[in-house]
Design a protein around this ligand. Sequence first.
Ligand code: NAP
Length: 483
Amino acid sequence: MVQSIDNLNKDLFINGQWVTANDYKEVINPATGEKIAQVAQATKEQVQEAIQTAHDAFKPWKSLELKERTAYLHKIADLLEDNADRLAEIMTIEQGKPLKEAHLEVLSGAESFRWNAEEARRLYGETIPAPNDYKYEIAYEPIGVVGAITPWNFPSGMITRKLAPALAAGNTVVLKPSGDTPLSALAIFELFEQAELPKGVANIVMGSSKEIGEAFTSSKLVKKITFTGSTPIGKALYAQSADTLKKMSLELGGHAPFIVNEDADIDAAVDGLMAAKFRNNGQVCIAPNRIFVHQSVKDKFLSLLTEKVEALKVGNGLEEDTKVGPLIREDAIEKIKKQIVNATDKGATLVTGGHRLTGDTYDKGFFFQPTILDNVNTTMDIFYEETFGPVVPIITFNTLDEAISMANDSEYGLASYAFAKDSKAVNSLATQLEYGMVGINAVNISNPETPFGGVKNSGFGRENSHLGIKEYVTAKFINTKFL
Ligand code: NAP
């Protein structure tokens, strides 16, 4: 057994206490298929208790001297940095990604806490020109209890980028992490306890996602829902929230295009694609999923790419030379296989990969070969369906207008990427791609200081940047007449 997981608290954290449950659910290591822990499953009453507790903690927390509130956030950032090795190990064991990626993710969480602690000090209000003897002001105030629901692909990062701005702005939180990766969430809550965050300010409940989702959306005490996950669940939560009219942030699915223009720096484009596509084994909402390559550079691009993809070492994320870990579950393998069969049946060519990895330790986990599909077109499911795995579909184009039009032919609008040099081409890409984020000759689009979020079926709301904290406040207009 692994000490970091054995020592971890597996209960609910409500009102500053670890609370046991009637029922416990197993967590699986996707690299080995082993059961690694059992975590508490909250009853309906316990979920209500967590919401009530967060409600009770709201006034004292928002009224705390700003300096004191932000000191807690800095303390949490320190603890995340100090415990990064342990948290990374826990994450790799429950989620599969290589240890180095897990480590960076924990550190990015520390950065989120620092960034938002500072942003809380810059939540400037405004004054508006007013008639004589009047003052018109805008004040930004916290909203209240925030219900946060997060996915398994970034078991730590998706939590920190929500909780940091929510808490910094003076809100209190009830978190429901993914049932596949609750251990990273519990490890973060242990750090909240060590930071002596006031009781009830941050609570964690695990259990039936449907029940907890309904408890959040129907509650009059929960004022805001922040959700990262799939588009169908995001839409369901949006519909469920109509009655109680919640403020919402929805960070949903993506199906990012990656355009390689005829004048692109091909080496840089291949390196950019490798970094963005194979991070977390392609299980990333901003992973490039449709690679549009100009006809004239296609052979060079494909040959360089194939060489690099075939050199990737797939394995257990705890092993130092592993570049790509397992997929999260068995059904993820089935979904990818289905997309590949559908594409090859309709004329796509399998350049490399295409199969589950078997033999030795691969048999126990959910491993899939890094795959390239050539001659992909719009008749294939993979062109439109989000691919959450290590598959690179190549689509050839002749003019940039054609590439942009195909890139925009998607229900999603989260991330997009393009490699080009000509300034007119660069401008067309920046202005015409219908996405919340555009990386041009660059693939890093996720930083504490830059806005992250999408349009269309990728949802709405922005995380990170100076806009992130604004999702957790409400603007109050104050009209004062001086007598
Ligand atoms: P998911 O199935 O939608 O689950 C996300 C979260 O919602 C989990 O905590 C899940 O809990 C919970 N959930 C499931 N059904 C629910 C319900 N009926 N009511 C309330 N909550 C419910 O998504 P996932 O498979 O974990 O994550 C992958 C998806 O997230 C992809 O589509 C990806 O693109 C998207 N994503 C988007 C972003 C972004 O920033 N836009 C970032 C990362 C991921 P359980 O796991 O316990 O069922």
